[in-house]
Design a protein around this ligand. Structure first.
Ligand SMILES: [Ca+2]
Ligand SMILES: [Ca+2]
Length: 247
């Protein structure tokens, strides 16, 4: 990203191509071995819809006002962001549908990736998300707090992904959008404030040291097995194993 100077805005609008294009943003050259990382100098990457919802903007370091951004239209089916070897932060607030996938690779450093917002939850994230934390202690925060509808039974956490949390507006779609994760050490899920959420924990990847699920008194977390890294705040724990023993 050193080639894009401060205040530079790249707009990539594709023409009459028949195939989807891929946007790759590679920050890994900024710190090839992590030795040049400075405290407070980490990257902040924000991904959200722009304009009238017909394009997606990727902004960098919002707080230092450098004004760097990349805007792409709907022809870009895949967005891939390779983070630096320092501590990076990514906020994915909203994405376009159209079968897009947003892939984030954290590389070295302790990276934090946040999906959704307090206001909208993940209602505006319409594409599949693939997060690879890479090396370091990385955290994935799935913030569905502001969602309009509760999470339905059938949604689940497995060793590879979180399913049933993203809006499935594509009726008849072969692949429903999901959140795939790997090399993540800390996993947080904030359930919608609207009540009666139902979420199933089937399994958790071995890379995860701590899993936190935040909900309310009318929420039920159905846990199959006994993952010792699981912390449930506010919501009710329903143990699948105990239910079976009682029968
Ligand atoms: Ca990183
Ligand atoms: Ca990691």
């Amino acid at each position: 990203m050193n080639e894009i100077g401060d205040g530079c805005v790249v707009n990539a609008y594709s023409g009459l191509m028949t195939d989807f294009a891929t946007l790759i943003i590679d920050l890994s050259n900024d710190s090839s071995d992590g030795s040049s990382c400075v405290e407070g100098g980490e990257n902040l990457v924000i991904i959200e819809e722009s304009g009238w919802g017909d394009s997606l903007v990727v902004r960098f370091n919002e707080n230092d006002q450098s004004g760097k951004s990349v805007t792409v239209d709907r022809k870009f089916g895949d967005i891939r962001i390779n983070l630096s070897n320092c501590d990076d932060m990514v906020e994915i607030r909203s994405t376009l549908e159209f079968g897009t996938t947003v892939v984030v690779h954290g590389y070295n450093g302790n990276d934090v990736v946040t999906l959704g917002t307090d206001e909208m939850g993940m209602d505006e994230i319409r594409s599949s998300i693939v997060i690879n934390g890479g090396d370091g202690n990385d955290r994935l925060v799935v913030n569905d707090r502001g969602a309009v509808l509760p999470v339905q039974d059938g949604s689940r956490l497995t060793r590879v992904s979180m399913e049933g949390l993203l809006p499935s507006s594509l009726i008849g779609a072969v692949h429903l959008p999901s959140i795939a994760y790997s090399n993540i050490e800390e996993l947080s899920l904030v359930l919608p404030i609207v009540g009666n959420n139902r979420f199933n924990v089937e399994s958790i990847d071995a890379s995860v040291i701590k899993t936190e699920i935040v909900g309310g008194v009318t929420d039920s977390i159905n846990v199959i097995g006994n993952p010792d890294s699981l912390e449930i705040k506010g919501a009710n724990l329903v143990s699948g194993l105990e239910e079976r023993k009682l029968r």
